[in-house]
Design a protein around this ligand. Structure first.
Ligand SMILES: NC(=O)c1ccc[n+]([C@@H]2O[C@H](COP(=O)([O-])OP(=O)(O)OC[C@H]3O[C@@H](n4cnc5c(N)ncnc54)[C@H](O)[C@@H]3O)[C@@H](O)[C@H]2O)c1
Ligand SMILES: [Zn+2]
Ligand SMILES: [Zn+2]
Length: 359
């Protein structure tokens, strides 16, 4: 096959399909037959409605999609580990490989202006029949995980696992999740697997609250309201939660995450953009609380996460409520933008016919 289709996001809440030549892998590169590419809240926030992102979030008119998983159909010369037939996840940022952040495995914060290029942002992403990827960006996908499981590791689940490692989660903890989009739902799933006993979630969209409860990712779900902090204290013996994860990027939800966390507790901010207002002395300093920021993850932690998903028999694809073919990528982005869904996936071949959970 010499031609393929790819989806672009012009920035006016539409999706454009274009025909392109199938790329040829060069040295250290592979060509993937795409199998699943999921949509992230960042695609909607920075690209879909308007090209608002700057720097690492700047969209440079490439094929969209930064959560790709597929099968290698051609390995270029010089590949050292991966070969034709391998099932892989693409860590979604290709870094220079030699700056300090890349050497730590955090290509997300690669400092090279020339070589740092994220798939679906500055280089062609996974919303196409085929994807050209660098071998160093690949994570092996075990047979017991589906491609839609893998696609979500590329950004969402990887990001959440990193954030949870920073604050530490165990059976000791009650956890608050503000924002129950795909990232918040992934937080519920991973906190559960890591042993958290009481998980409280908040969102403004009824479908998302229902999904979190139906999938048993939260023990209690609250509609966003000014009295959320009081309600959470009431649910936790008057003290608040040990851990809070903001997955909303909303100002007041972030303040709730801080204030509903108990003394000595830890908070991590994953939601991007926006602001937050809080009073340092009463809200964090005198209660000895810590707020972490966390940006995606490293390649090595992504490999560890994949290993844990197999051990826990945890399938990220359980969060996928809707699957679309590439020919209806426009429907997929529009649905994700509406928020009336769980995770939305564009799928190919055998992945397209797998059942999705209805909301
Ligand atoms: N830190 C990172 O590396 C990283 C990686 C991926 C995504 N993100 C960001 O994480 C966030 C979540 O991603 P997503 O894919 O789930 O996006 P999303 O936009 O689907 O989810 C955000 C959710 O927050 C909810 N929300 C809005 N206001 C709220 C409020 N006041 N209280 C409670 N909930 C509220 C929304 O209804 C929505 O369900 C986005 O900001 C995204 O850009 C960050
Ligand atoms: Zn993302
Ligand atoms: Zn680098």
């Amino acid at each position: 096959m010499s031609k393929m289709m790819g989806a672009y996001l012009p920035g006016n809440s539409t999706t454009e399909l274009r025909e392109l030549p199938v790329p040829e892998p060069g040295h250290g590169e592979v060509l993937l037959r795409m199998k699943a590419c999921t949509i992230c809240g960042s695609d909607i926030r920075c690209i879909y409605h308007e090209h608002l992102g700057k720097g690492p979030e700047g969209y440079q008119g490439v094929i969209a999609g930064h959560e790709p998983a597929g099968r290698i159909v051609k390995a270029g010369p010089g590949c050292r580990k991966f070969r034709e037939g391998d099932r892989v996840i693409v860590y979604h940022i290709s870094g220079c490989g030699v700056c300090n952040d890349c050497r730590r495995g955090y290509m997300i914060s690669c400092t090279s202006e020339t070589y740092r290029r994220a798939y679906g942002w500055q280089r062609d992403g996974g919303m196409a029949d085929f994807l050209l990827a660098e071998e160093k960006d690949l994570i092996h996908l075990p047979d017991s995980l589906s491609f839609a499981d893998g696609a979500q590791v590329a950004c969402g689940f990887g990001t959440v696992y990193e954030g949870l490692q920073k604050i530490g989660i165990s059976g000791d903890d009650a956890v608050l999740i503000t924002g129950l989009g795909p990232v918040g739902l992934a937080t519920g799933a991973l906190c559960r697997a890591m042993g958290a006993r009481r998980i409280i979630g908040i969102d403004v969209i009824p479908e998302r609250c229902k999904l979190a409860a139906d999938l048993k990712l939260c023990d209690t779900v609250l509609a966003a309201a000014p009295d959320n902090v009081t309600a959470i204290r009431d649910l936790t013996g008057g003290r608040g939660v040990e851990r809070a994860v903001d997955c909303s990027a909303n100002d007041s939800a972030r303040a709730t995450a801080i204030r509903a966390t108990r003394k000595w507790g830890k908070i991590v901010f994953l939601g991007e953009g926006g602001r937050v207002e809080f009073n340092p002395s009463p809200d964090i300093i005198h209660d000895q609380k810590t707020i972490h920021g966390s940006w995606v993850t490293s390649t090595w932690l992504m490999e560890d996460l994949v290993e844990r998903l197999v051990r826990w028999n945890l399938h990220p694809a359980d969060l996928v409520t809707h699957r679309f073919g590439l020919d209806n990528a426009g429907g997929a982005y529009a649905l994700m933008a509406s928020g009336r869904c769980g995770k939305v996936a564009v799928c190919f071949d055998e992945e397209l016919n797998l059942p999705a959970k209805p909301v």
